[in-house]
Design a protein around this ligand. Structure first.
Ligand SMILES: [Zn+2]
Length: 698
C-alpha cells in the first residue's frame, strides 16, 4: 500500500494567493502567559521577539509586539529557556526488535546508527531539552549527528560532544607519555570535551573500583586544558571523584559517598557535579527490557540512595549541580526526570531549573548565548503548561511546545497568514468566546472546549473544529487570528478542543481518539450546549469542518467514520495510529485531505498513504498531500486546509479531477466514482490547477 511517488503540494500552491515563500531571517513575536527567563522575576504577559535563530527582545504586553510582525500566541503557556542535558549518549540506539535487548543487538555501521539515532534526538527535544553534552560515542557517530543537526539536516538538540572516552585497558590506565596523544587525537577529530572513565560501573553494574590514578587523571586534564578543552570524569566511587576533583576536572559524572573534603573542594573550585541519580532509576524500571538479573536490582537501589544522599549534602554545601540524564536507548524522553530528585534533595523548582539552564551553560562556556531567555541568546524556548516555579513536574511532564534555534520543533509551527485571508476586523476580534466542559467519559478524562463566532454573522454555515496533537490544548486555537479571519470571511464558528486521556496502564494510542467510545459524543454534546447558549441554534446541526494535527487528525478521521452525516470535510495532519481502515460508503463520500510530512516517521507516512489508498480504491473523494521538507509539524497545511475548507463549503458538484501520483498529470475525471489507486482525487479546479502548478515546478 505504499505510494512511491507521493503527491507533492508545497508553498507554490499558495502562490495563487501570493503568500510569501522566502525563508529569510524573519521576525516573529511569541506571546506567553509568563516567561521565566533565568534573570530576575518572571515576566508576565511576555512577548519574546525572535529574529532568525536569536532572541531579539523580551518585553511585556501589546506594546512589546513590533508592528507588522507575525505573532505566535502561546498564551497561557509559560516560557522557560531551552533545557540543557549535561550527560547523554545520543548514539546509543535500540529499536526494540523482538529477541533483542539494548545490550544484545546486531552491530550496525556508524552511518546507520547516526540515521536511526535521530529518533533519540527527537524524543530529547520533546522533553524540552534543546542542548546536550554527549559524553561518549564510538565510530565518530556523535560528531556526525552534531554536524547534521547544526546544518539543519537532522532535527535534534544542539550537541556538544566528546567522541570516544579515554578509559583504562586490561593493564590499567594509559601510559603517562601516551596521554597527550590520546587527547590530541580526539580534539583533532572534533571533540569539544574530553570524557574520562576513572572507574568501573555502567548499566546494571555499580562497581565503584577506581581504574585510573591521580597522576593519569591530572595528565589528561592538563593536556586538555592546554588546548582549552574541558574534561568530564566518570567515577562511580568516592576515591575516583576525589582524584578527579583534585586533578582539576571541569565536571564529575556519577559518584557516591563523597566526603566533606571533596565536597568543599568542589564548591571552592566550582567543579560541576552531574550525579545522574535518575539513570539508575531508569535501569531499575527497565530491568525486563534489558534482561537484568533480579540480583542486580538491590545494588542499583542502594546506589540511588547513596547518590541521592551525597547530592543533598553537595547542594547544601554550594556545589554547582547540573541535570544529566545519562540517557541511553529507551531512556530518551525521560531526560529531565533528574529535576525531580533535585527538588527532593532540597532545591526550589527555580534552583532545579538552574541546573538545566544557567549552570550547565556556564559549564559549557556558553553562558553568553545559552540558558536564558534574553536578547542576543539563541532562540531556544520551551512552553510549559502551568507554573514551573511552583511545581517542577510542570517542567518534567508538561512541555507543550519547543523552539530550538528559532525553529519550532515540537508543537505548533508559526505560519504566515495567506494573503487571501484578511486580518480580522476589530469587531470580529472583540467578539466574546465561550468555554464549556464535558465531564469524564468512557475514554477521556475531561473534554474542554472554546467556542468563538464572528460578531456580525447572522447564520453560521458550519463549525471549524480544531483538534491539536496528543492530549494537547486546542482552546487557544479558537483565539488564533488566522482561523478567526477565515471564520469571519466564511461565516463559520470555531471550536477549539481539548481532550485528555483517562489515566490507564496500557495504551499505545490516545484513547480518546476512539471517538465512538464517548469523546465523539462529547463533541456533539458541547455543540448542542453552545447552540442553546448562543444566538446560533444552527450550530447544533451545522456541518463540521474538522482540522486536526497528529492525534487530532486521527480523531477527525475516526469521527468521520463514526458520524459522516455531520462532517462537511475533514483534514488529517500526519497522524500515526488508527482504529478504522476501510470506511463506510457514506464516510468515503466526505471530502478529506490527508497530509503526510516528507520527513515524518516512515511508519506515519505509510499508515496515512495506506489508509488513503485503501479508501481511494473504495471510491473515497480524498486528496493526499506530502508537505515537502517537513516532518511532524504543521507546515503549509493550515493555509492549504483553509483553502480546502473554503472550496468544500460551496459543496462543489461534478466529477472533479484525478491527479496521477507518479506522472503528476491532472485529468478531468469521468465521474467521481472512477477510483484508481494510487491516484488522488482533486475536488475542484482551483485545487487541481494549484496542485498541477506545484508539482510541475518540482
Ligand atoms: Zn554516561
Amino acid at each position: 500500500m505504499r505510494l512511491r511517488a507521493p503527491l507533492a503540494v508545497g508553498a507554490s500552491l499558495l502562490l495563487m494567493t501570493s503568500a510569501p515563500t522566502a525563508r529569510q531571517s524573519k521576525v516573529v513575536a511569541l506571546r506567553f502567559g509568563a516567561a521565566v527567563t533565568g534573570s530576575g522575576a518572571p515576566v508576565t504577559d511576555a512577548v519574546v521577539v525572535i529574529e532568525g535563530d536569536r532572541i531579539k527582545s523580551v518585553g511585556t504586553g501589546n506594546r512589546a509586539v513590533p508592528a507588522g510582525v507575525e505573532v505566535v500566541d502561546l498564551r497561557p503557556l509559560t516560557a522557560i529557556p531551552g533545557l540543557i542535558d549535561a550527560h547523554t549518549h545520543m548514539t546509543y540506539y535500540w529499536d526494540g526488535a523482538a529477541g533483542t535487548t539494548p545490550l544484545k543487538q546486531a552491530r550496525r555501521e556508524p552511518a546507520q546508527t547516526v540515521e536511526l539515532a535521530a529518533a533519540n534526538a527527537r524524543k530529547t527535544l520533546e522533553s524540552g531539552v534543546t542542548t546536550v553534552r554527549d559524553l561518549g560515542a564510538s565510530g565518530g557517530t556523535d560528531y556526525a549527528m552534531r554536524d547534521q543537526i547544526a546544518a539543519g539536516k537532522m532535527v535534534g538538540p544542539r550537541m556538544i560532544v566528546a567522541g570516544q572516552g579515554i578509559s583504562a585497558g586490561r593493564g590499567g590506565g594509559p601510559a603517562i607519555d601516551a596521554i597527550p596523544g590520546l587527547v590530541d587525537t580526539r580534539v583533532k577529530a572534533g571533540s569539544e570535551w574530553i570524557k574520562v572513565y576513572a572507574s568501573r560501573g555502567s548499566f546494571q553494574s555499580v562497581d565503584t573500583t577506581q581504574t585510573m590514578n591521580y597522576e593519569q587523571l591530572k595528565t589528561i586534564v592538563d593536556a586538555a586544558h592546554a588546548q582549552k578543552i574541558p574534561v568530564a570524569i566518570h567515577s562511580y566511587g568516592a576515591s575516583g571523584v576525589k582524584d578527579a576533583v583534585r586533578a582539576g576536572a571541569d565536571s564529575v559524572e556519577h559518584g557516591i559517598e563523597l566526603d566533606d573534603e571533596t565536597i568543599a573542594m568542589m564548591a571552592k573550585q566550582g567543579t560541576v557535579w552531574v550525579p545522574t541519580i535518575d539513570h539508575n532509576r531508569y535501569y531499575v524500571d527497565s530491568k525486563d527490557e534489558y534482561g537484568f538479573a533480579p540480583e542486580a536490582i538491590p545494588p542499583l537501589n542502594d546506589y540511588i540512595q547513596k547518590n541521592f544522599e551525597s547530592t543533598r549534602r553537595a547542594f547544601k554545601a554550594g556545589v554547582p549541580l547540573a541535570m544529566g540524564s545519562d540517557a541511553v536507548y529507551s531512556g530518551f524522553g525521560q531526560n529531565t526526570r533528574e529535576l525531580g530528585w533535585f527538588v527532593k534533595a532540597g532545591m526550589t523548582p527555580a534552583q532545579a531549573l538552574a541546573t538545566a539552564t544557567t549552570i550547565p551553560a556556564r559549564m559549557l562556556r556558553r553562558d553568553k548565548d545559552l540558558g536564558r531567555i534574553a536578547s542576543g541568546y539563541f532562540a531556544d524556548i520551551v512552553a510549559v503548561e502551568g507554573d514551573p516555579l511552583k511545581d517542577i513536574d510542570v517542567v518534567i511532564s508538561k512541555v507543550r511546545w519547543v523552539m530550538a534555534a528559532g525553529k519550532v520543533v515540537v508543537g505548533r509551527k508559526p505560519a504566515p497568514a495567506p494573503a487571501t485571508l484578511q486580518a480580522p476586523s476589530q469587531a470580529a476580534a472583540s467578539a466574546p468566546s465561550l468555554e464549556d466542559t464535558i465531564p469524564p467519559g468512557v475514554n477521556f478524562d475531561k473534554a474542554e472546549f472554546k467556542f468563538w463566532s464572528p460578531k456580525d454573522a447572522a447564520t453560521l454555515r458550519g463549525v471549524v473544529v480544531l483538534v491539536p496533537g496528543s492530549n494537547g490544548d486546542g482552546r487557544p486555537m479558537a483565539d488564533d487570528a488566522f482561523w478567526q479571519a477565515f471564520a469571519t470571511k466564511n461565516s463559520l464558528a470555531l471550536l477549539g478542543c481539548r481532550f485528555t486521556d483517562k489515566p490507564h496502564d496500557q495504551s499505545f494510542i490516545e484513547d480518546y481518539v476512539n471517538v465512538s467510545r464517548g469523546s465523539g459524543q462529547a463533541l456533539l454534546d458541547v455543540l448542542a450546549k453552545f447552540a442553546s447558549r448562543t444566538s446560533h441554534p444552527e450550530v447544533g446541526s451545522a456541518p463540521l469542518f474538522l482540522w486536526g494535527m497528529s492525534a487530532g487528525g486521527q480523531f477527525n478521521y475516526e469521527f468521520t467514520a463514526w458520524k459522516p452525516e455531520r462532517v462537511g470535510a475533514f483534514i488529517v495532519n500526519k497522524g500515526g495510529i488508527y482504529y478504522s481502515a476501510l470506511l463506510s460508503k457514506a464516510a468515503r463520500d466526505v471530502p478529506g485531505l490527508l497530509f503526510v510530512g516528507e520527513k515524518d516517521l516512515q511508519s506515519r507516512v505509510e499508515t496515512i498513504t495506506g489508509l488513503f489508498a485503501v479508501n481511494r480504491r473504495g471510491g473515497a473523494v480524498w486528496a493526499l498531500v506530502v508537505e515537502p521538507g517537513l516532518a511532524h509539524v504543521v507546515g503549509q497545511s493550515k493555509e492549504l486546509g483553509a483553502v480546502f475548507f473554503e472550496e468544500m463549503l460551496s459543496k462543489p458538484k461534478g466529477a472533479g479531477f484525478i491527479g496521477d501520483l507518479r506522472s503528476f498529470e491532472v485529468q478531468p475525471a469521468a465521474s467521481p466514482g472512477t477510483p484508481s489507486t494510487p491516484n488522488a482525487w482533486l475536488q475542484t479546479e482551483r485545487i487541481a490547477t494549484a496542485w498541477k502548478t506545484a508539482v510541475s515546478a518540482k
